[in-house]
Design a binder for this molecule. Structure first.
Ligand code: PLP
Length: 648
């Protein structure tokens, strides 16, 4: 810092002391949240505004100093700095958001470290203003913090984000200033790439700002994209670019054209299919793992991601109460998880009959019996088809009113057989009687596979474990992490008691590939060789939630589903299933009326739920699977559904 002019040193000192104040503001914020969270109470609007002002004042001070310095040090005067100063000065958190005008068109001069100040200033101001504007749109009555870890993306998190963003930014400025007149020093060992490192920080910072603003805006926007937004995605459809486009512009286009036309699946009131959001830790882990760009096929090539996957697998086996040593593969979703586990099943039962299916295929193989329930998920049939076992040639076992396989109707089994059970029917959430069927099949040599795309997570919750009683007696299990564990797409897990059967079905060798070592090679258990570090987000989810956090999240969603059912039923709309898990199937009368109500609620925008036909009756499916769904979200959605149904 000794080369810096006294004025510049003054700015650095100011930055450092502001950062200290900022940090203590953040700590105060955190402490206050933690103090209140266990009581289950919400923050008052006054407290939030107070903290917002605290942070904003610090930020404004630093920003004003930066601009002043820029104006004094040969860069200015620039009329645009005046406009920034003006908007900083006139910024008043208590005032109407209309007063806030983000400075636009501010282009810093390239090549000078000091330009970084202005560039950073412009982008941090923009991010800050976007945050505050987004906060303004937020329904402040929803500001409850039922759990200090699970707090949804809400105003509090925005504030933390803003503060953290500023702190990061200040670090960056410090580094630039500390580099003095030698701008390359700031970049460290890769000095030659200085400008690209700065560009990358800027680009990734921009992505983070846009992502946070997007997520922050979700609770306040219609869940489905508007027709206008969908119409505008046609802007993507342009001729192949003949020349490069600045990455920042690429991101801007993606955000401008793409974000409005997304379905708010990451938000708190999307109840379609079975869709979880992304827990904050998992989204962040996904980004960092993206930066690592590890092809996680072999341990020795990508030790850290392979190790995180290995640990996540061990934790999951324990969480689900499966036999110790159960092997697993991290795949794209339950479809591939079931496919992968069933490949192991096919290997094992045919091997016992003296046939090597990997070497010799299925032509001429001993006959193999496949048994499924009438309510088998359609993707299971696809998986069986992909394995050459046919989508139609299996034996279907009748089910009861909830879709549970009737154990008494199982056919007698002789020879190689695979029996496919279900933990969590996609409509009702019901479980096949897993333990009973496993006991019934004991001694037959049949391989029992459980499709637990979302239902397997009930096994992680002491109060729900009974639904999956006997789960550990099965031979393999398929599940999703992108559903109820709330990790980003795509993420599924194949779990197989006999790890040798799984690797026999999946492992490959080639002269250029590493030989099996003592450590687990992820690709020995998956259909893919090259693969992203999919286990990282699962690790992050389990690390951030812990056993109690997983159970609390699953239980909360189940309680919320029961509240939906109770509210709908009380209003005279029959719920067609026993709500044992997170699924609610509700009718609004005949098919035409039910479909009108579903279309109506999708259009109204408060929440989103889709249709189904349950045992001959058209119904609406409500699936509560999101970590960020609050009880208020449920009440709000319930009111909206009842209002739409009431108008029909
Ligand atoms: C019971 C069941 N099995 C399999 C699947 C397929 O899962 P994925 O879409 O993740 O492949 C689903 C999806 O909802 C499901 O509910």
């Amino acid at each position: 810092m000794s080369d810096l002019s006294p004025r510049l040193q003054g700015v650095v000192t100011e930055l450092l002391s502001t950062r200290a104040r900022l940090l203590s503001a953040v700590r105060a914020l955190d402490q206050a949240a933690l103090d209140r969270a266990p009581a289950g109470g919400g923050w008052s609007i006054g407290e939030i505004l107070h903290h917002l002002q605290l942070i904003e004042r610090s930020v404004t001070r630093v920003a004003a100093k930066q601009v002043q310095h820029a104006a004094e040090s040969g860069l200015g005067p620039d009329p645009r700095t005046d406009s920034i100063l003006h908007s900083l000065d006139s910024f008043d958190v208590e005032d109407s958001p209309r007063k806030i005008t983000a400075p636009s068109g501010f282009v810093p001069r390239a090549g000078l470290p000091r330009a970084e100040l202005l560039d950073g200033l412009a982008s941090s101001r923009e991010a800050l203003l976007a945050q505050v504007q987004a906060a303004r749109r937020y329904d402040l009555t929803q500001l409850t913090f039922p759990h200090p870890v699970f707090g949804k993306i809400d105003l509090y998190q925005w504030l933390l984000y803003v503060a953290q963003h500023e702190i990061r930014h200040l670090h960056q400025i410090e580094r630039v200033l500390a580099a003095g007149s030698d701008p390359t020093a700031a970049a460290g060992p890769r000095a030659g790439a200085r400008s690209s490192i700065y560009d990358l920080q800027d680009l990734l910072g921009d992505a983070a700002s846009r992502a946070a603003a997007y997520l922050g805006g979700l609770p306040g926007r219609p869940v489905a994209p508007t027709e206008e937004a969908v119409r505008l995605i046609e802007r993507f459809d342009e001729p192949l670019p003949s020349s490069p486009t600045d990455p920042k512009e690429v991101l801007r286009l993606m955000d401008t054209h793409g974000s409005p036309a997304t379905m708010a699946m990451a938000g708190p009131r999307f109840f379609g299919f079975v869709i979880g959001g992304s827990l904050p830790a998992t989204l962040a882990a996904n980004w960092l793992a993206g930066a690592w760009d590890q092809n996680t096929a072999f341990f020795w090539e990508t030790p850290s991601t392979a190790m995180m996957e290995q640990v996540a697998l061990k934790w999951l086996v324990e969480l689900f109460g499966l036999p110790p040593g159960t092997a697993g593969g991290f795949v794209t979703g339950a479809t591939m998880a079931n496919f992968t586990a069933l490949a192991a099943a096919r290997h094992a039962v045919l091997e016992r009959a003296g046939w090597n299916v990997e070497a010799d295929g299925l032509i001429g193989a001993p006959p193999l019996t496949v048994i499924v329930g009438e309510e088998v998920h359609s993707t299971m049939l696809k998986s069986l088809g992909m394995l050459g076992l046919g989508r139609k040639r299996m034996t279907r076992v009748p089910v009861d009113s909830q879709g549970r396989m009737r154990a008494s109707e199982l056919p007698r089994i002789t020879g190689p057989a695979i029996v496919c059970l279900q933990a969590g029917n996609v409509n009702t959430g019901a479980f096949d009687p897993i333990g009973e069927i496993c006991d019934h099949l004991s001694g037959t040599g049949a391989w029992v596979h459980v499709d637990g795309a979302f239902g397997l997570w009930a096994a992680a919750v002491p109060s729900l474990r009974g639904l999956a009683a006997g789960l550990e007696k099965a031979d393999s299990w398929g599940t999703d992490a992108h559903k109820w564990l709330n990790v980003p797409y795509d993420s599924g897990l194949a779990l197989v008691k006999d790890g040798a059967a799984l690797s026999a079905a999946m492992a490959v060798t080639a002269d250029y590939l590493p030989r099996a070592g003592t450590q687990r090679n992820p690709s020995d258990y998956t259909p893919e060789l090259s693969r992203r570090a999919r286990g990282v987000e699962v690790w992050a989810a389990l690390k951030s939630l812990g056993r109690s956090g997983v159970a609390e999240m699953i239980e909360r969603n189940c309680r919320q589903a029961r509240r939906f059912a109770q509210g709908l039923q009380a209003a005279g709309h029959p719920v067609l299933n026993d709500v044992v898990l997170n699924q609610v199937v509700v009718s609004f009368g005949d098919e035409a009326r039910t479909r009108r109500v579903i279309a109506g609620i999708q259009k109204e925008g408060t929440c989103w739920a889709g249709p189904t036909v349950w045992q001959g009756r058209t119904a609406m499916r409500i699936s509560v699977s999101g970590w960020s769904t609050s009880d208020d979200d449920v009440e709000k959605s319930l009111r909206a559904i009842l209002a739409v149904a009431g108008k029909d």
